[in-house]
Ligand binder design. Structure first.
Ligand code: RP5
Length: 162
């Protein structure tokens, strides 16, 4: 993590989401994007969550990423409280494999959008890359870092199976 002011705020509904959400943090760090991560539940910490989200834009955060499982209300609750873009990551769950989280998160009623990514680790990585793409629209250095990441990823794909 850099010492610059964070541009991306990462939220998760529970400590149990961290193994997945860490993928978003790692991806942002790899691309040199200052970020901060917090555990804040829509259900268990409603007041603290409201305070955090309402202050996010004023503190210079540009994108919020929220991961949650089961009822997965967190990204929608966050999106209701801020004009910042909110990306949602449905957690894989024991009972329904994350389909519960996905359907809950993706079915936002019109007017308050959440950009919902794939269930689990892939969604966490892609949420970070989507956040970087949003930041890249107004920052040439970030755009160059994203171009480099994608070029390296392309070059790493082997032509023949080993
Ligand atoms: C959600 O409930 C969290 O995002 C987590 O994925 C799920 C279970 O939470 P714990 O009971 O593990 O704290 O709010």
């Amino acid at each position: 993590m850099t010492t610059e002011a964070p541009l991306v705020g990462i939220l998760m509904g529970s400590q149990s989401d961290w193994d997945t959400m860490k993928n978003a943090v790692d991806t942002l760090n790899k691309l040199g994007i200052a970020n901060e991560a917090n555990v804040l539940s829509a259900h268990r910490n409603a007041d603290r969550l409201t305070e955090y989200v309402k202050g996010a834009k004023g503190r210079g955060l540009k994108v919020l990423i929220a991961g949650a499982g089961m009822a997965a209300a967190l990204p929608g609750a966050v999106a209701a409280l801020t004009p910042l873009p909110v990306l949602g990551i449905p957690m894989e769950t024991r009972v329904m494999g994350g389909i519960d989280s996905l359907l809950s998160m993706v079915q936002m009623p019109r007017g308050i959008p959440v950009g919902t990514l794939a269930i689990g680790n892939s969604g966490a990585v892609n949420a970070a890359l989507m956040a970087v793409a949003i930041l890249a629209l107004s920052d040439e250095k970030i755009a160059a870092a994203l171009d480099k990441f994608r070029a390296e990823q392309s070059a790493a794909v082997t032509k023949l199976p080993a």
